[in-house]
Design a protein around this ligand. Structure first.
Ligand code: ADP
Ligand code: ASP
Ligand code: MG
Length: 437
């Protein structure tokens, strides 16, 4: 059994839902993981924001507009009154609930419940469409088996144990459908795996059921060698090692959720990135086999803060390092990139609400300098240190761009540069020219 995940654009209209159903039916009995229809999660985020700002009127306008769209999708998707009726009843119920949320103040729990509606809507719409086609489908509820633990990390043992009965009871289904993105947390509240999290749902479910392959179907023919939104002439990379794909996802290649490769790598299940716009395109295969001597792709991660700590020299050098890293640990902040000398440490972290407190604590150990609005550019490929020339080629491309920090040698797959966010597009284009043309 494979896992097939379809992203927002792939289920973004009634016609696209029909196309996905055909693709999934042709592929045989698999688990189909669905995102919300494109634009829906953004609208739900806006609804929650307006309610939090006590602007019920603005929230209601977005709710009513979104409901209108779903009513249209239903008209186009179903040919029988029976299934259109089921879908209409479900959609009305969902939007009535959303309207009820506008009547009183909400907290994080209600916010997460609002965000969960997109995947619940798309999966129900697909389920009734497949049934209407005369196929046997089973809709299994992600909120009953997807779970995060005390640290907010996916609880794979729980997922394995709790998905099994649903798979067993779907024995005579032609297709098993479920929701991406949504889960319950340690406290049994509705939660999610962060924006873009349906990819993560797919790889977690793939690992939980020991799938043959995890397919991530999207609107592009695989991982490109650079960001196609800002660089012209990018081309698909046909093969990536798990580690290369993980670095690209983590460092901003939007096609992959930042941590979604980890469960697939741990279970050694190949991941294939495929396009619903061109289903016959080969896409990108991600597995455990390395390619040697190649630079594969470039990605960029925004919203980075650079922090430099210069030791006050009252600390021994080794004590200084430990104390600095303990401060980041105490705020549960992961470090994306770092460089150090005997007396100073530079780190790059994602934008963080605790930044002021972190800087205050760091000042106990030396002088601190902070640069916001930075961006990490990550060049991924076979960066094994004996290979000569790759790092200088990447550095040469950046000769006109101010570089705040360079990290090389931490992993055999990447070299990273910290630059100003405003230089991101020209840096990606300069690297494209030098590395791939
Ligand atoms: P989905 O809704 O299917 O999850 P996403 O929008 O999350 O799709 O991801 C697909 C998009 O990622 C593409 O349309 C493309 O614009 C963007 N993208 C950014 N970097 C890359 C890259 N290196 N290769 C392919 N796509 C990329
Ligand atoms: N619907 C969610 C989002 O837009 C999850 C996903 O699409 O992967 O972020
Ligand atoms: Mg996505």
């Amino acid at each position: 059994m494979d896992v097939m995940k379809f992203g927002g654009t792939s289920v973004g209209s009634a016609q696209r839902i029909k196309n996905v159903a055909l693709l999934a039916e042709k592929a045989g009995k698999n688990i189909v993981v669905l995102s919300a229809m494109s634009g829906t999660t953004n609208s739900l985020v806006e609804i929650a924001e307006r309610i939090c700002e006590s602007d019920a009127g603005a929230a209601l306008n977005i709710i009513n507009e979104l409901e209108g769209k779903y009513r249209k999708h239903i008209e186009e998707l179903y040919s029988s009154e029976e299934y259109a009726g089921l879908a209409l009843e479900y959609v009305s119920g969902t939007f009535d609930c959303l309207r009820a949320f506008t009547r009183k103040p909400i907290g994080p729990k209600e916010e997460k419940t609002i965000l969960a509606q997109g995947e619940l809507l798309s999966s129900h719409m697909m389920y009734w469409h497949i049934l209407e086609q005369g196929k046997k489908a089973s809709l299994i509820p992600a909120l009953e088996f997807m779970r995060t633990d005390f640290n907010g990390e996916p609880d794979l043992d729980y997922i394995k144990l709790h998905i099994r009965p649903f798979i067993n009871s779907s024995a005579d289904a032609d297709i098993i459908i479920t929701q991406g993105y949504i889960c319950r947390n340690f406290y049994d509240e509705i939660d999610n795996l962060q924006r873009g999290g349906s990819d993560y749902s797919a790889t977690l479910i793939g690992a939980a059921v020991n799938a043959g392959e995890i397919q991530i179907w999207t609107d592009i023919d695989g991982m490109h060698n650079n960001d196609p939104r800002v660089v012209e002439g990018t081309v698909p990379v046909r093969h990536l090692h798990f580690d290369e794909a993980a670095e690209l996802g983590f460092f901003g290649a939007k096609i992959l959720h930042p941590t979604c490769i980890l469960p697939a790598k741990a279970a050694n299940i190949p991941v294939r990135l495929l396009s619903t716009i061109d289903p016959s395109a080969p896409g990108t295969l991600i597995d455990g086999f390395p390619d040697y001597g190649k630079i594969k792709a470039v990605a960029a991660k925004d919203n980075i803060v650079a922090i430099n700590i210069l030791s006050s020299r009252t600390q021994l050098p080794y004590g200084f390092m430990r104390k600095v890293y303990e401060i980041f640990e105490s705020y549960q902040v992961g470090i994306d990139m770092q460089c150090s000398s005997e007396t100073s440490i530079s780190v790059a972290i994602g934008r963080n609400p605790h930044l002021d407190a972190i800087v205050r604590d760091l000042k106990s150990y030396g002088s601190v300098n902070v640069c916001e609005g930075m961006c990490i550019i990550c060049v991924v490929g076979d960066m094994e240190w004996h290979n000569t020339g790759f790092e200088s080629m990447a550095a040469k491309a950046l000769e006109d761009i101010p570089v705040r920090m360079i990290s090389y040698g931490g992993s055999r797959n990447n070299i990273s540069f910290l630059i100003r966010e405003e230089d991101r597009i020209r840096t990606l284009n300069a690297l494209n020219k030098r590395l791939f043309q």
